[in-house]
Design a protein around this ligand. Sequence first.
Ligand SMILES: CC(C)(COP(=O)(O)OP(=O)(O)OC[C@H]1O[C@@H](n2cnc3c(N)ncnc32)[C@H](O)[C@@H]1OP(=O)(O)O)[C@@H](O)C(=O)NCCC(=O)NCCS
Length: 189
Amino acid sequence: MPRKSGDFVKVEYIENGLSDRQKQEVWEILCQCDKEFIPPLSARNSTSQNQLLAGTGKDSAPHAYFAEMIKQNFILTVVDNRVVGFMTFKKAYSCPELESFGESLYVTTVCIKHNLRGKGLLTKMYREIEHNVTRKLGCFRISTRTWSKNHAQIHVLMKLGYRQVAIIKNDRGEGIDTIYFGKHVDLDD
Ligand SMILES: CC(C)(COP(=O)(O)OP(=O)(O)OC[C@H]1O[C@@H](n2cnc3c(N)ncnc32)[C@H](O)[C@@H]1OP(=O)(O)O)[C@@H](O)C(=O)NCCC(=O)NCCS
């Protein structure tokens, strides 16, 4: 298993679609992380659902969420030829909360397997989208959203220079806000 920032960790933007095996590994990680999300992914209909509290929560696994997510763009973290984490994003994304920010690469989901957290893998995936994907796709704005109690993710975003673009108070329950973040990537970075 990798140490912090281990050299044999591969973080790559997938341009030609996921293999069936990679899809299966992504699904397993999504299921492992499902209940850590607020609200759980299995209670949502899509990756950009507006009414976050409106999910029925009747599905015990995040099938609907996965079905939409798998059509998106992927960055994978791979160790020993197995997927251990992923980032999904949409191109040319806009929504009312991000209107002032402009169209961007919108990161919809990030997950890292439990046993490999705290080793800088999410940070590596953000570096990949910032330094490689922006240039390939010609879009230099990156955005995402998360809930206010997701301290690890917010720590990474702030560390990398993302700024808060919008906050929706109590969007995910009393005292749990939705926060939109954005960053203009500087070509000289
Ligand atoms: C969020 C998540 C992707 C982070 O992945 P990761 O690979 O562990 O992230 P990194 O190792 O790159 O960075 C984590 C940072 O958060 C910090 N951190 C961890 N817990 C923290 C906390 N409770 N408060 C503040 N900072 C915290 C770590 O110290 C580290 O900072 P550092 O690099 O400056 O030392 C992972 O926890 C995860 O998969 N969570 C479940 C899914 C999720 O919440 N996804 C986000 C919503 S889409």
